[in-house]
Design a protein around this ligand. Structure first.
Ligand code: ADP
Ligand code: MG
Length: 236
């Protein structure tokens, strides 16, 4: 008798997942029957021209949006079988999101922006303090924890957003063009930070990008075009 090692449960699994916007002749097929699996610890670049479906795919992977065909499984849970509250819970526990335009709360300090997800989970500032400061230190902003986003450079703001996404130690971080609003050098610093967090914290990353550099540095590359997965390969 052969004993097979149990397959680890993928963080995200898409089975023929598709997404259409609108109905009838004017409908847009943003994603056409995508099947792929994302496993713990991966660092994936999602590449493709503008309008190819990158953001739509990331939104499905993060449980922010639902497929109109096929299935999306988050940690083994078919999104179609969960109610909104259950999906929100799963997303809050397991997924962090990083955006192109940072999406920080402008009137809150760096500390409070990073504390925010823990506050929503009912943690007092005092209980959360060490965890928040530890993450602020990891992204290199200890000297700035009292500042507001408007007092920081773009690269520093993205570091705050990364700390906020990581503070709950999610299984997966989905980042939608996180370097798209930064100059090349600052963008590279952000990519280096994401790579370090992937190594240190073992967090899984899926990052949409136009950066050829990031495409080369990622361990795995997904390429989409016109909503179809054209390539799925590992860099050596
Ligand atoms: P990318 O992130 O690669 O630029 P998107 O996922 O944003 O691509 O868009 C893929 C396609 O879906 C595009 O044709 C876009 O216009 C369309 N699309 C995206 N979001 C919506 C929406 N909310 N309503 C209608 N069409 C949309
Ligand atoms: Mg996009």
């Amino acid at each position: 008798m052969t004993i097979h090692a149990a397959q680890p449960l993928p963080v995200v699994s898409l089975q023929q997942a598709s997404k259409r916007f609108g109905k009838g002749p004017g409908a847009i097929t943003a994603l056409a029957a995508i099947s792929t699996e994302i496993h713990d610890g991966e660092f994936i670049a999602l590449c493709g021209p503008s309008g190819s479906g990158k953001s739509t795919l990331l939104n499905l992977m993060a449980g922010i949006d639902y497929p109109t065909g096929g299935h999306v499984y988050l940690l083994g849970n078919d999104l179609a079988t969960l109610n909104d509250k259950q999906t929100a819970r799963l997303r809050a526990d397991a997924i962090g999101f990083v955006f192109q335009f940072f999406n920080l709360l402008p009137v809150l300090s760096v500390f409070d922006n990073v504390y925010y997800p823990l506050m929503l989970n009912g943690f007092s500032r005092r209980v959360a303090q060490d965890q928040v400061m530890d993450m602020i230190e990891k992204v290199g902003l200890v000297d700035h924890y009292r500042r507001q986003p408007g007092e920081l450079s773009g690269g520093q703001q993205q570091r705050v957003a990364i700390a906020r996404a990581l503070v709950k130690r999610p299984r997966l971080i989905v980042a939608d063009e996180p370097t798209g609003n930064l100059d090349t050098r600052t963008g590279q610093e952000i990519v280096d930070l994401l790579l370090t967090m992937n190594q240190e914290l073992k967090t899984t990353f899926v990052i949409s990008t136009h950066s050829l550099k990031l495409r080369d540095q990622a361990r795995r590359v997904l390429e989409i075009k016109d909503g179809e997965l054209k390539n799925d390969f590992h860099n050596v």
